[in-house]
Design a protein around this ligand. Structure first.
Ligand SMILES: Cc1cc2nc3c(=O)[nH]c(=O)nc-3n(C[C@H](O)[C@H](O)[C@H](O)COP(=O)(O)OP(=O)(O)OC[C@H]3O[C@@H](n4cnc5c(N)ncnc54)[C@H](O)[C@@H]3O)c2cc1C
Length: 277
């Protein structure tokens, strides 16, 4: 069977090894699989496409044996069979044994939640050892699904992320050298979701509980810098608002601002893909 898509990406057949609750709204799922020997990534905000089984099924249905035709064939599978595709971030890659971690924000799974959970959040909340998924991920360490790319002359890195971007932001922070100055605002729903971050960088990290980080950014006095680089990810509406703030009000060159909408209030990822098409 060929699982190759266009290099540098390919499918990986994985199973859950263990899960660990990092806080009330974040669970770390560790995956293993023989294919991971071919998985290579420089990390940072490496994004992945995860395929989870449709509700009530054991295997994620994706016709990868069709090679390049898999996408169309997957879309044509009936509802209730077709695997659910969602975007996530590589939180960690380890060797001997080969394992990867993905941190899932849990939304809508708590009793009495205002909005119902999506399939990925529901899947992650119940995940156990042995559960099967397919991953479309990198076979080449430097690939276009890594978006955090500060220009070489950057003298200050500014980071904003909500709970869905905390895995990417913390992986980025861990990757930065001691010479990098960073100001980061990370937003989580509960105080118990705040994590220790290990970084060599000269980083000032502000954790915010609730959706107050946009205000914090607007009001912040930034260290002086001539060539800042900004990375913003999270709910699309807030990402747009912050991009406008950095470019419009702070006068930062738009080419030095990386912004990625990770989800949109009120839309599932399928609806978001259709809206963006
Ligand atoms: C490049 C990229 C990397 C990402 N990395 C991560 C990651 O590492 N970890 C992570 O947890 N997420 C990550 N996300 C976000 C994740 O893909 C979305 O949150 C996704 O919608 C979750 O799927 P779902 O099936 O749970 O909900 P969906 O079925 O897509 O949505 C159901 C409903 O829930 C709402 N919703 C979705 N997410 C949230 C949320 N966090 N809080 C409140 N309401 C929500 C939607 O607006 C919708 O109304 C990433 C997204 C992108 C594009």
């Amino acid at each position: 069977m060929t699982t190759a898509v266009a290099a540098p990406f390919r499918f990986f057949s994985l199973q859950v090894v263990r899960t660990r609750r990092l806080g009330p709204s974040l669970v770390r799922v560790t995956f293993a699989g023989d294919d991971l020997v071919h998985f290579h990534s420089q990390g940072r905000d490496q994004s992945l496409s995860l395929f989870i089984p449709a509700e009530g099924r054991i295997e994620p249905a994706v016709p990868i044996e069709l090679g390049d035709g898999w996408w169309q064939a997957w879309r044509e599978l009936p509802d209730g069979i077709r695997a659910v595709m969602r975007s996530y971030t590589l939180r960690a890659l380890r060797r001997n044994p080969d394992e990867i971690d993905i941190d899932f924000a849990l939304h809508g799974v708590e009793p009495g939640a205002a909005a119902p959970a999506g399939p990925a959040s529901r899947w992650a909340a119940r995940a156990c050892a042995g559960d099967r998924v397919l991953l479309l991920g990198p076979a080449l360490a430097d690939n276009r699904a890594i978006r955090f790319r500060p220009p070489e002359d950057t003298d200050l890195v500014l980071i904003w992320g909500d709970q869905t971007a905390v895995p990417a932001a913390t992986a980025i922070l861990e990757s930065l050298p001691a010479t990098t100055r960073v100001r980061a605002w990370l937003e989580v729903p509960h105080a118990g979701d705040i994590q220790d971050v290990t970084t060599l960088a000269d980083a000032h990290i502000e954790w915010m509980v609730g959706d107050t980080a946009t205000e914090a950014v607007r009001g912040a006095r930034l260290p002086s810098a001539e060539r800042p680089y900004v990375w913003i990810a999270g709910e699309s509406g807030r990402v747009k608002e912050l991009r406008r703030h950095f470019v419009g009000e702070r006068g930062i060159d738009r080419r030095r601002v990386t912004f990625v909408g990770y989800w949109r209030q009120g839309l599932t990822e399928e609806q978001l893909r259709v809206a963006d098409e």
